[in-house]
Design a protein around this ligand. Structure first.
Ligand code: ADP
Length: 167
């Protein structure tokens, strides 16, 4: 089944110049990139992204990690699409714990556990179709995606919306 999945190269991946290597490994899946951007992550976005982890003792740490407080304040968000995209990407990413991840995977190659015990595992990938839909809608606007009909959209007219434009 063709499906989309969200990938985030976390701030450690960008700071350590791992982007090229990570994208090369992801390209082995032969999936199609239908959205891509570099983004500064606000606390609100990081907390919403990890909202299901709120009760975990390391919640604050992973929010700070995603916001770039330990590295650089940016992430690369990518949208991959294709046959069994979620499974194929998760397989190349490897296990959550970078020390348990197969060394040939992205997390196995590039991840580490900090002295505070946070898994700095370099990459996020959606775990299932429901999470993928929630995460994609959180990170991307319909107009930022090539297949903007991934999920139903509607037209709306916004009034008094402040927007930064080139001066
Ligand atoms: P995944 O990112 O593989 O889907 P989770 O959603 O369970 O894993 O966890 C979100 C993130 O929280 C992980 O990618 C990792 O950075 C961190 N994390 C998860 N479990 C632990 C743990 N036991 N100790 C420290 N950090 C963890």
């Amino acid at each position: 089944m063709n499906q989309p999945t969200l990938v985030i190269i976390k701030p450690d991946g960008l700071q350590k110049s791992l982007t090229g290597g990570i994208l090369t490994k992801l390209s082995e899946t032969k999936l199609v990139i239908i959205g891509c951007k570099i983004k500064e992550v606000s606390r609100a976005l990081a907390e919403e992204h990890y909202r299901d982890m709120k009760e975990k003792p390391f919640f604050e740490e992973i929010v700070s990690y995603l916001m770039g407080e330990y590295h650089t304040k940016r992430v690369m968000a990518l949208l991959y699409h294709g046959e069994d995209a979620i499974l194929k990407i998760r397989k190349i990413c490897g296990a959550t714990n970078p020390e348990e991840a197969d060394p040939s995977t992205i997390r196995g190659s590039y991840g580490r556990i900090t002295t505070k015990g946070v898994y700095e595992n370099v990459i996020h990938a959606s775990g299932n179709p429901a999470d993928a839909e929630r995460e994609i809608k959180l990170w991307f606007e319909p107009e930022e995606i090539v297949f903007s009909n991934l999920y139903p959209t509607k037209e709306t007219t916004l009034q008094n919306v402040k927007k930064k434009i080139w001066s």
